[in-house]
Ligand binder design. Structure first.
Ligand code: FMN
Length: 143
């Protein structure tokens, strides 16, 4: 079975809610085994072995990824073979202008990843419309 893995870090649950909506969208492809994991429970192998990957992290610090767990995890993905492994990025933010996501997108492209769409940003807690956009991202990931 093909595998889609959704790996996230979330401090107050907003990005976590997004992760589960992305998973709902990915389940539209019934040939996909869809797994949602907290980054602390995930390993690089989960990415290597997946056919599609979504990564979620809010804007933290000053417009950066969360530094204890997500940052080193993402760093370790630099030498993954991203060929035929579509990637989606998502995360919640508050007062910024999305700089963390623009930087993250550029970084993943440098690693050779193909993004299925622009990183999906949600202001604080996802609204119904945001949830819908998360599900659409999940659908694109498994097309
Ligand atoms: C320590 C800390 C740093 C943050 N830094 C930023 C920031 O640089 N830019 C921004 O837009 N939001 C920032 N935020 C706001 C979070 O991105 C926002 O609260 C988000 O909804 C948290 O998502 P989560 O519930 O998945 O943890 C910060 C929040 C915290 C707690």
């Amino acid at each position: 079975m093909n595998k889609a893995v959704i790996i996230y870090w979330s401090g107050t649950g907003n990005t976590e809610k997004m992760a589960y909506e992305v998973a709902e969208g990915a389940k539209s492809n019934t040939a996909m085994e869809v797994t949602v994991m907290k980054v602390e429970d995930a390993s690089k192998e989960d990415v290597v072995n997946a056919d599609a990957v979504a990564l979620g992290c809010p804007s933290m610090g000053a417009e950066v990824l969360e530094e204890e767990e997500m940052e080193p995890f993402v760093e370790a993905l630099s030498d993954v073979d991203w060929t035929n492994k579509p990637l989606g990025l998502f995360g919640s933010y508050d007062w910024g202008d999305g700089e963390w996501m623009r930087d993250w997108e550029a970084r993943m492209k440098e690693y050779g990843a193909g993004l299925v769409q622009e990183g999906l940003l949600v202001h604080l807690e996802p609204s119904e419309e945001d949830n819908n956009n998360c599900r659409l991202l999940g659908e694109k990931l498994v097309k």
